[in-house]
Design a protein around this ligand. Sequence first.
Ligand code: 5AD
Length: 347
Amino acid sequence: MTDLIDSFPTVRELSDDEWRFLIEGDYDRQRLFDKADEVRRQYYGTDVYIRGLIEISSFCKNDCLYCGIRRSNGNAERYRLSKEVISACCEQGYGLGFRTFVLQGGEDSFHTTEWVADCVSALKEKYPDCAVTLSLGERPRKDYEIWYQAGADRYLLRHETASRSHYEKLHPPEQTFAHRMECLWELKQIGYQTGAGFMVGSPFQRTEDLIADMRFLRNFQPHMVGIGPFIPHHDTPFAAEPQGSLERTLTMVALTRLILPKTLLPATTALGTIHPQGRELGLKAGANVIMPNLSPAAVRGQYSLYDNKLCTGEEAAEGMESLKRRVLEAGYRITVGRGDSLATEPG
Ligand code: 5AD
């Protein structure tokens, strides 16, 4: 069975048994991580792309059972950044070498179609050499189109789990799996470089669900895939659930690199949160993107998706020098540039 690892990258569909073995089988994970690293180096060399993450609002009308900023969390501190503050964050980020800005937020109705479009066009005008990524959840197709017209390049919307029955255990009935999927397909059709992604070890997750994630990714062919461990938040219904494991998360990162060799894979903040070397281990298992936090320091602690979320040190934009050093020590190199997915190039 371990020959399977050598057969990557393969175009062949794997069987349920093969997937099950790769995900939970008893074999030397280092071989899998090394193979993913080899494939990553083939396509991206040792380059690590950086994205400046700006968390623009912690208001959210959704009620995802796992998330600390869910609407029914009365203890969550809420804030919203003004356009001026967002622009100032980007200015600081540009100086630090960031050429991609990610505007991420809860689903906040304050962010009207026009507000976001204005924000995007102002940024694109000021920084024509930068990519703007949006991560603002599920919106009507019209909004996605208008924001694309305004200049947004990329959109991140994790699918969270590709299994409908599992999705329904993580979300209230008004948040449907069908709508999540519809949004993802629309984004891709409009022309965004589109990011999907999922949590590893979320409550009720079975191996079948992770197999469904792999098959969905193969079919959807996203440009980016965010994968992180589930981490409980104390003010959610999942407060007492165990967190996702490091090894399982790295396994899913590596498998994703192998089925989508050209995809952009962040070594996520959640991965950095569960282990002091989490991000480096992610890079060594096929990840090639890091997204430091460019939000104003004063609000960073309030974007609390899960407990102990990193937002200082190398996680913060001010920590760039030490981040660069750590990435070098791991055998990779941070590069300045937009860092588009190779999957967008012809051929
Ligand atoms: N643990 C890990 N990741 C989480 N997210 C939200 N809540 C948690 C949690 N408790 C992730 C979701 C979401 C992204 C912004 O953060 O996958 O898409």
